[in-house]
Design a protein around this ligand. Structure first.
Ligand SMILES: O=C(O)CCC(=O)C(=O)O
Ligand SMILES: [Fe+2]
Length: 319
């Protein structure tokens, strides 16, 4: 009997163990829980070098809880940069409620860090491997800017397919909501496989995930990634290079054009491995007199130094 009882830890016991891990700066505990420090308003990894007082600290199981309670990521241990688990686990761990609200308010939302340094490196090194791609686009030739990009063929790396399939499922409710708000009949199936069938019916069968590569002086003019009638209204980009280290300049920029207004410009600060979700074309905005349509465009400012790579995940296929 006593043996069985011993297995049941009270939350006090659990917190004692957690505090011990914090005291030891135990790396093995990173990602298992997060410490919120009331006095500073930040949350940390157990291995953080900071030395808070026990009385000022409480623990939460997820980052989403820490952020929801109003805590900011610690600048020292960068709990927001910590990644673990399978890609699906990372995708499921995103605070999709916040992403949805931010997409509604701004037309774009950061998803946080999604890819590890190793994953970024493998996508970058795969760029030279022509067999993986169905085509290479030299941007100058089309007046798109300077730089080039390659569309993956149907045998894209597992990582890219998993991103497309996994992210799609979380964006569908928002996409369907936007269609309703815009008064469009269009709707999107729950799975990306189902959606690819819908694209196929519209004659859009060529995969659109791509890698873009920019060197010094390169840039990407403001544009929309439309490839036919069938459009999924939200897309994702993931920065694969480190700003300030691998390259300088090259900011991800967006503009929003609302009826009878000047364009609004927005810059998304991204770090290596970070993902951003943004409106492909139109999105609904709730105004005082009802819902109106805003048009978004995105692009990249000039890269001043180094090399910048980005993975683009567009959900509709191309004609
Ligand atoms: O390089 C970038 O950050 C922009 C990429 C882009 O245009 C896209 O992913 O559609
Ligand atoms: Fe694009």
């Amino acid at each position: 009997m006593t043996g069985a009882l011993k297995l049941v830890h009270s939350s006090d016991d659990r917190d004692t163990l957690r505090w011990r891990a914090v005291e030891k700066r135990d790396r093995a505990s990173d990602g298992k829980f997060w410490s919120c420090v009331r006095t500073t308003g930040v949350y940390c990894l157990p291995s953080c070098a900071g030395r808070p007082h026990r009385k000022n600290v409480f623990f939460v199981d997820t980052r989403v809880e820490a952020e929801a309670a109003g805590f900011r990521p610690c600048k020292r241990c960068r709990p927001d940069r910590f990644i673990q688990g399978s890609l699906d686990e990372r995708i499921n761990g995103i605070d999709w409620k916040r992403v949805g609200e931010t997409l509604d308010n701004n037309g774009w939302a950061k998803l946080g860090r999604l890819l590890s340094d190793e994953e970024c490196a493998s996508l970058i090194s795969g760029y030279k491997d022509q067999d993986k791609y169905r085509s290479t686009v030299v941007m100058r030739r089309h007046g798109f800017g300077e730089g080039e990009y390659r569309y993956f063929n149907d045998c894209a790396p597992d990582l890219v397919s998993a991103l497309r399939v996994g992210l799609y499922e979380h964006l569908v409710p928002q996409a369907n909501e936007w269609m309703r708000a815009l008064g469009k009949e269009h709707s999107y199936p729950a799975s990306h496989l189902g959606y690819r069938r819908q694209c196929m019916k519209a004659g859009q069968m060529r995969p659109t995930p791509l890698i873009l590569k920019y060197g010094p002086g390169d840039y990407n003019r403001l544009h929309q990634d439309l490839y036919g009638e069938e459009v999924f209204p939200i897309q994702i980009a993931i920065l694969l290079s480190a700003p300030g280290k691998d390259f300088e300049g090259g900011e991800f920029v967006m503009t929003e054009q609302s009826p009878r207004r000047q364009s609004r410009a927005m810059v998304a600060p991204l770090e290596k491995g970070d993902a951003i979700a943004f409106a492909v074309n139109e999105r609904p905005i709730k105004g005082a007199k009802g819902i109106y349509r805003a048009k978004m465009r995105h692009g990249v400012s000039e890269v001043l130094r180094g090399a910048r790579y980005c993975l683009g995940v567009i959900f509709h296929d191309a004609a």
